[in-house]
Design a protein around this ligand. Structure first.
Ligand SMILES: Cc1cc2nc3c(=O)[nH]c(=O)nc-3n(C[C@H](O)[C@H](O)[C@H](O)COP(=O)(O)OP(=O)(O)OC[C@H]3O[C@@H](n4cnc5c(N)ncnc54)[C@H](O)[C@@H]3O)c2cc1C
Length: 371
């Protein structure tokens, strides 16, 4: 696997920069996984796209752990089915990215082990969850200091940094996408077109605007209605050494293999747009990790960081057209599951923009559920 460097989309000259269009079919506000995936899906469906992005500290996609965990946590059956459908798109998605860019994105579908649980959720089909007895758990993960667990055999994780690098490279190679550096201050939705204006006063026009600005989505003026998305900080650390094959989730922390290291996450803090780390939280995560994996007790801490999840009141994304201004499409508020949901979100937005049948029912994510 060749090494990658994760650089902001705007840091390298964009091959499409010299032919920046006066107008694009779709203006995508935000350059995280959701914005990038959306632009790629629109381009695949034959549309032209401009991504407007500005690197802001705390962007969630690079901060994430990359878990593909539709089976963990409470969810109504249709939501669970949506999340599982999102997960099941991943093998084709990373394969497509590798073919386009040569960047192989690590994808594990060995399953996620949820420790401390001895019962299966009532909605879990047999093929989606298995109780592990002590012997089965010890044979899967001998280093884990715990006995009871459930295995979700089709869940897993993706290396989100490689994923971002591959998506950025795919965008760079795509003639029908261009990238305009800048923070969007205002959207002006109209009946026949939409425009966006960046902080430096540049105005750009398109047929449709997709709002994919993560935790910052509510800060853009001119959006037809309030966006109920708030930032929720998650702190993370990376320990040297990886005794695990599977990702492991517990009530206190989750552990995700990342090459020769282990990613440990995460906190869930409402502290506004503050994306700094705190020693208390990192100590807590460190203790939680080493109580699950005592062999990591003396491991070096390779890095620490924090990111801001874009969270809605019910934890579900806002996805779909504005009911009054159908040229405004919402693709934000993906909360804890934005890496998981990015490809399916993008597919839905591209179908909407192309006037095609949606691949899956998204009515549960309508903005009007918030009144
Ligand atoms: C610590 C942590 C761990 C996580 N772990 C997981 C996990 O294991 N699995 C999972 O599925 N999800 C996980 N998530 C959630 C996931 O990372 C997010 O849901 C997802 O990355 C959201 O993607 P996004 O593109 O909407 O937002 P972001 O990645 O935040 O991207 C938004 C982009 O828009 C830009 N922007 C903002 N405002 C403007 C503007 N006005 N104009 C132009 N650009 C703008 C920002 O700079 C940013 O680059 C985690 C999140 C965190 C913080």
């Amino acid at each position: 696997m060749r090494p990658i460097a994760v650089v902001p989309l705007s840091a390298t000259p964009h091959p499409n920069a010299s032919r920046e269009r006066l107008r694009a079919d779709v203006l995508v506000v935000g350059d995280g996984v959701v914005g990038l995936a959306t632009a790629l899906a629109v381009a695949r469906a034959g549309g032209s796209c401009r991504i407007l992005g500005r690197t802001i500290a705390g962007a969630a996609s690079a901060a994430s752990a990359g878990l593909l965990a539709p089976s963990i946590g409470a969810a109504d059956p249709p939501i669970r089915a949506f999340m599982r459908a999102a997960r099941d798109r991943y093998p084709d998605w990373v394969h497509w990215l590798a073919e386009r860019t040569g960047i192989e994105v690590t994808l594990s579908r060995l399953g996620i082990i949820e420790v401390g649980s001895r019962k299966l959720e009532s909605d879990a089909p047999e093929s989606e969850a298995m109780l592990l007895d002590d012997a089965a758990l010890a044979s899967l993960e001998p280093s884990l200091a715990t006995a009871s667990a459930v295995l979700y055999p089709h869940d897993g994780f993706v290396d989100n940094l490689r994923l971002l690098a591959a998506m950025r490279e795919a965008v760079r190679c795509e003639w029908s996408i261009d990238v305009a550096e800048g923070r969007v201050a205002m959207i002006e939705p109209g009946r026949h077109a939409c425009s966006v204006t960046t902080e430096d006063g540049r105005k750009q026009e398109g047929d449709t605007v997709v709002l994919a600005a993560g935790a910052w989505s509510a800060l853009i003026s001119g959006v037809p209605r309030p966006i109920p998305v708030e930032p929720v900080r998650g702190q993370m650390l990376q320990l040297a050494g990886c005794p695990l094959a599977h990702a492991v989730s517990s009530a206190d922390a989750y552990l995700v293999p990342r090459g020769d290291s282990t990613i440990v996450g995460s906190t869930f803090e409402r502290v506004g747009f503050d994306s700094s780390t705190t020693s208390n939280a990192l100590d807590h995560l460190h203790r939680a990790a080493t109580s699950l994996l005592p062999s990591l007790a003396g491991a070096d801490v390779l890095s620490t960081w924090a990111g801001l999840r874009p969270l809605t009141p019910d934890g579900l994304p806002v996805l779909g057209r504005d009911p009054d201004f159908d040229r405004v499409v919402y693709a934000c508020g993906h909360g804890k599951n934005g890496i998981l949901l990015a490809p399916i979100t993008a597919e839905c937005v591209a179908a909407m923009v192309a006037g095609a049948t949606l691949p899956i029912d998204i009515r549960a994510f309508d903005i009007m559920r918030f009144g």
